[in-house]
Design a protein. Structure first.
Length: 228
């Protein structure tokens, strides 16, 4: 969202303010403020830490900080339901549903944090770059590391798919100056000169999530999305 805001702040703010869901959220936040909640209890934090670490391949010092962030997310979700979270002593206590939703939210932002890219940029990569590459290289195994004989993705194809899915033009300046450099810096893509047109570069994704593509590229993608 930061990228969209920087591209056209006035349009971004107008779109946000016009959202009925945003107004409902603002009203709810004001009502929560009137409750004057000072403390929220998250039961059994040790089990939450174990559950968190079960999704980590190798622990790092920053993961302790990440657990704290996860607990903050859980508390925020609990606070949104404050009227239904008071126990017999009047304390606000997170439910199992709050904890599960907290993990769901965390998992959505965790990958982008590990890669050190904004969530919007990572979602852009997954939604507009990977599906085209998957479709064009349907016979390539997921565990192959070589791009020899692979077909890269052109910028025009990405712009076209964005328009097709969103029904609006992609801001090409933001795409060129912000999104692509961040993806390159994170190692999510490499760019190679197009052998058929030296003025252009082809993009090759370097991370494809196995759960989204069953064995072969394109195995479980949306067919309409792939037709670019």
């Amino acid at each position: 969202m930061a990228t969209l805001r920087d591209a056209n702040k006035a349009e971004f703010l107008a779109k946000i303010e016009a959202s009925p869901e945003r107004q409902q959220l603002k009203d709810r936040v004001l009502a929560i403020k009137q409750e004057q909640v000072k403390h929220i209890i998250v039961p059994d934090p040790a089990s939450i830490e174990r559950r968190f670490l079960s999704h980590v391949q190798s622990t790092k010092p920053r993961h302790q900080r990440d657990v704290s962030h996860l607990l903050s997310i859980i508390k925020c979700i609990t606070l949104l339901n404050v009227w239904f979270r008071r126990n017999g002593n009047g304390n606000i206590v997170a439910s199992q549903s709050d904890i599960d939703q907290g993990f769901d939210v965390w998992q959505k932002i965790n990958k982008s944090q590990e890669l050190n890219v904004p969530p919007y940029t990572y979602e852009f990569y997954k939604k507009y770059i990977v599906p085209i590459y998957v479709s064009k290289n349907a016979d390539r195994k997921l565990d192959s590391k070589s791009i020899v004989d692979d077909i890269g993705v052109s910028r025009k194809e990405i712009i076209y798919l964005h328009y097709k899915l969103e029904n609006r033009l992609l801001n090409e300046d933001v795409f060129r100056r912000q999104i692509l450099p961040m993806l390159l810096e994170a190692g999510l893509i490499i760019e190679v000169k197009d052998p058929n047109d030296k003025r252009n570069k082809l993009i090759f994704p370097q991370l494809i999530e196995p759960e989204k593509y069953s064995g072969e590229h394109g195995g479980s993608t949306d067919a309409e999305m792939q037709k670019v």
